[in-house]
Design a protein around this ligand. Structure first.
Ligand SMILES: [Zn+2]
Length: 310
């Protein structure tokens, strides 16, 4: 019987992801930037065109990387099997080796030889997919109209963010400091004065980064925040905070100009070269961390900020 899926190892999975992301970072584009996450969310995916399922974890960035790299307006995709009956579009016909791979864990039941009991293991499976722009004549989908939230002012963004952070029970020091930071030992955030920020987007991104770190505290999502500076675990937590902060920017309806983009992307390109699995490892905890904050907001409402002296 022909193999239905090609099973790849974690190493192979990381390699193909990294190749796509690395090309983007080298071109000065971080695919987790709020700009792209916003562009390819809600109406535009990343999602499977046939099933409507949204991509999660590292697959989000695989799909975004492909759309950004090839200039596709949406981030919806199909397997060749799902696209049976449709021809490749002349303008966007994929060349050999194009398209991109998505990875899913499928539960697989196996019999334990020693105990005789049936156990469920997680099997990694790969699907090769193509953007819908590669095909001609696909049915037209009703695209839901996305109502844009008005962009908050710096002061509105500050109030909203402080409410979210207070809902987590994390104080922000009353005395502004020079460098934004989160200290796990005291579970507190320090921020420079509000007047020093040029835009709501930069502010939300920066305070969001520290708030995402705070979700990793042992009282909350327990990511283990005691990694040594410069270690792989430290780099992973930084990437979790970066991706999570960008998700919070989308949630708050703000964006920002990525200053020093080449230096920023160059830094992450270097980190990815040293540790190809880091993006896969960081993507899911980052979205869980952002959800931890935004779900508390939607369920419990925003709490009043906790005043605390430095
Ligand atoms: Zn950080």
């Amino acid at each position: 019987m022909a193999k239905k899926f090609e099973v790849k190892t974690n190493e192979q999975k990381a390699e193909s992801l990294v190749a796509a992301i690395q090309r983007l970072l080298d071109a000065g584009v971080a695919p987790w930037s709020a700009k792209y996450v916003k562009q390819f969310s809600a109406a535009n995916g990343p999602r499977n065109f046939a099933s409507g399922h949204y991509a999660t974890g590292g697959n989000v960035f695989m799909a975004i990387a492909d759309s950004v790299e090839r200039g596709h307006p949406t981030c919806e995709y199909l397997t060749l099997k799902q696209a049976r009956g449709y021809k490749f579009a002349k303008a966007n016909r994929p060349l050999k080796g194009e398209g991109f791979s998505l990875y899913f864990y499928k539960p697989l039941e196996i019999k334990n030889r020693e105990t005789g009991e049936t156990e469920t293991i997680r099997m990694l499976r790969m699907y090769h997919v193509f953007n819908v722009a590669c095909f001609d004549g696909l049915p037209v989908r009703e695209v839901p109209v996305v109502v844009e939230k008005p962009t908050p002012t710096l002061s509105e963004a500050d109030t909203a963010m402080r409410g979210d952070i207070a809902a987590m029970g994390v104080p922000i020091l009353d005395t502004p400091c020079d460098t934004p930071h989160y200290v796990p030992a005291s579970d507190r955030i320090g921020m420079p004065p509000l007047a020093s920020w040029e835009s709501a987007g930069e502010y939300v991104k920066t305070l969001g980064h520290e708030a995402i770190h705070a979700t990793g505290h042992d009282k909350r999502l327990k990511r283990g925040l005691d990694a040594r500076f410069g270690s792989p675990a430290y780099a992973k937590e930084e990437l979790v905070a970066e991706i999570g902060a960008n998700l919070l920017c989308v949630y708050h309806g703000v964006s920002y100009d990525q200053k020093n983009s080449a230096a920023y992307c160059g830094h992450w390109a270097k980190v990815l070269r040293a540790n190809p699995k880091i993006l896969l490892a960081a993507a899911t905890p980052a979205s869980k961390a952002a959800e931890y904050i935004t779900e508390r907001v939607s369920v419990g409402g925003r709490a009043a900020p906790v005043a605390i002296a430095a």
